[in-house]
Design a protein around this ligand. Structure first.
Ligand code: ADP
Ligand code: LRH
Length: 497
């Protein structure tokens, strides 16, 4: 039998894409991923609030599904959706969207965590939810909106992938891997943290019933079929709808002794575990216990990621000093390393705008040199990301008791050879880079398994994946002492902050 085509909708903070994975489980199995359609994700500030342009993204999804049908000459055997985490749309009693979803980088949550801590102390919140502190966790977005007329009118809250699925199928659900980023889920029971919600006045009945990766999520509605030219029925399947959950599912590791860095707009660095780590030490290290595919826990830390570079590129384009990314990276490779570093975990970098200046300011705080011009700033960003990757990989091992011998780099950053090499050098461990489209691979594999096209657990899915990839390997080299010194410098600055 021919491989079956599964469509993966993967919406990242910087771009959306529709990919088709051709999957067959016969023999040792085949897997091939084809990019069908890619479109920019451009947030829009209107009336002082930063929004996601959700209808433009949805139009991109429809265009992608139409193109998938045209490219393969048939309707996909299934559709799965994954996107960035924490954000949501609110629906009124008619099922209509109440306003554009607000971007997690919007300032509406400023100061909200402090207000929440006055009601539920941070250690209690961590014990109940296992989530790292990020100022924009869904919980804080909801408590910050407590007085809003929109929230008062809302009858349903749908996380972004569930909202897209709802528009495609008419069915509402809350997929668990992404729900685990709301700070309203207990990672031990994998169910709602009801006492936390009650204490903070969050109405859990706004959420649709929980569903897990692999669960059926409806079929494309007749108007969607008409719009995309597809012939139904086309089933939609819940996947690891948090993009990072799908990406981690597609880390091409064998065995357990690996760390991962899923690096795109964010770097998500950590381990895959069987159970959450909810110790006080873990909380103080700001590690999160997000839920993964097949009952796993994604024990990781959010690192500012290539957002730092994306925002610099935006600034340089505006002031006329911009240049193509490949050229910039070649120039950065020639800049001497570790001259200027910043703490890439610093929440000071979350908001958009004027990134080159904010990086220079942070270099001053660290007490090192201040980088000048795009090449030096880019080198500073990549050295700093490598140091943050190292810190997360080391902390995760110490806090969980699991040791690793390999670091897998997946996501768009896997294309960045300099970043991969620096990460290997900083960690003192081999880096295996790829796939760059890990989220789409994980999305396709979970759907294909639910449809019976492939069998097995994560180990089997990863074996199938390894057969389909030629990942690049980077052995650690360079001056260990220089990395140690830079790490100490940053530790000092963090302690002083
Ligand atoms: P997201 O899913 O958060 O939108 P991606 O995983 O698509 O992010 O990663 C996007 C980032 O990957 C870009 O900002 C860029 O830094 C990096 N990237 C993508 N392609 C390349 C490339 N060919 N060379 C170097 N870096 C790349
Ligand atoms: C990466 C990501 C990350 C979240 C952030 C909001 O795309 O989903 O895992 O913390 O976006």
């Amino acid at each position: 039998t021919e491989p079956l085509p599964f469509a993966a909708v993967d919406l990242g903070a910087s771009s959306g894409r529709v990919m088709v994975g051709h999957v067959s489980g016969r023999g040792s199995g085949t897997l091939r991923l084809e990019e069908i359609h890619r479109f920019p994700n451009r947030p829009v500030r209107a009336a002082g609030t930063l929004h996601w342009d959700i209808l433009s993204l949805y139009a991109g999804v429809l265009d992608g599904l139409r193109a998938a049908g045209a490219a393969t000459g048939r309707a996909p055997a299934g559709v799965g959706i994954d996107t960035w985490a924490v954000d949501f749309g609110l629906l009124d009693a008619d099922g209509s969207l109440l306003g554009n979803p607000v971007h997690y980088r919007d300032a509406r949550t400023d100061g909200e965590a402090a207000r929440v801590s006055a009601v539920v102390p941070p250690d209690d919140l961590y014990a109940a939810t296992g989530l790292q502190y990020l100022p924009f966790n869904t919980l804080y977005q909801l408590t910050a909106a407590r007085e809003s007329a929109t929230l008062a009118a809302a009858r349903r809250l749908l996380l972004i992938p569930d909202l897209i699925a709802y528009w495609l199928t008419g069915e509402a659900g809350t997929e668990i891997t992404n729900a685990s980023t709301t700070q309203l889920i207990d990672p031990r029971t994998r169910d709602w943290a009801t006492p936390v919600a009650n204490a903070l006045g969050v109405d859990l009945t706004l959420f649709a019933p929980l569903r897990g990766p692999g669960a059926p999520a409806g079929q494309l509605l007749p108007d969607v079929l008409a719009e995309t030219g597809l012939t139904g029925p086309v089933p939609v399947t819940a996947v690891g709808s948090h993009d990072t959950a799908s990406a981690v599912a597609a880390v091409p590791a064998s065995g357990e002794r690996f760390a991962y860095v899923a690096t795109g707009t964010w770097s998500l660095a950590g381990l895959e575990l069987d159970a959450p780590v909810l110790t006080e030490e873990s909380r103080l290290a700001n590690f999160t216990n997000e839920l993964g595919v097949d009952g796993t826990v994604r024990y990781l830390r959010n690192i500012m990621g290539l957002w730092l570079l994306q925002e610099c590129l935006r600034a340089w384009e505006a002031d006329g000093t911009g240049r193509p990314l490949d050229r910039l990276l070649r120039e950065a490779a020639d800049v001497p390393g570790l001259r200027a570093v910043v703490d890439a975990d610093d929440p000071a970098f979350i908001a958009p705008g004027d990134m080159p200046r904010r990086i220079a300011d942070a270099c001053r705080r660290v007490g090192g040199r201040v980088p000048r011009g795009p090449a030096e700033i880019t080198r500073c960003v990549l050295d700093s990301l490598a140091l943050a990757h190292r810190r997360a990989v080391e902390d995760a091992q110490r806090l969980s008791g699991r040791t690793v011998d390999t670091v897998h780099v997946v996501g768009g950053g896997a294309h960045n050879e300099l970043l991969c090499r620096l990460t290997a050098d900083a960690c003192g461990l081999p880096v295996v880079a790829g796939p760059a489209e890990a989220a789409a691979f994980g999305n396709v594999l979970v759907q294909a398994r639910a449809a019976g096209a492939v069998r097995g657990d994560l180990t089997d899915l990863r074996a199938l994946l390894r057969g389909a990839l030629e990942p690049r390997r980077y052995e650690p080299s360079g001056d260990r002492k220089a990395w140690d010194r830079a790490a100490e410098l940053l530790a000092g600055e963090r302690a002083a902050r």
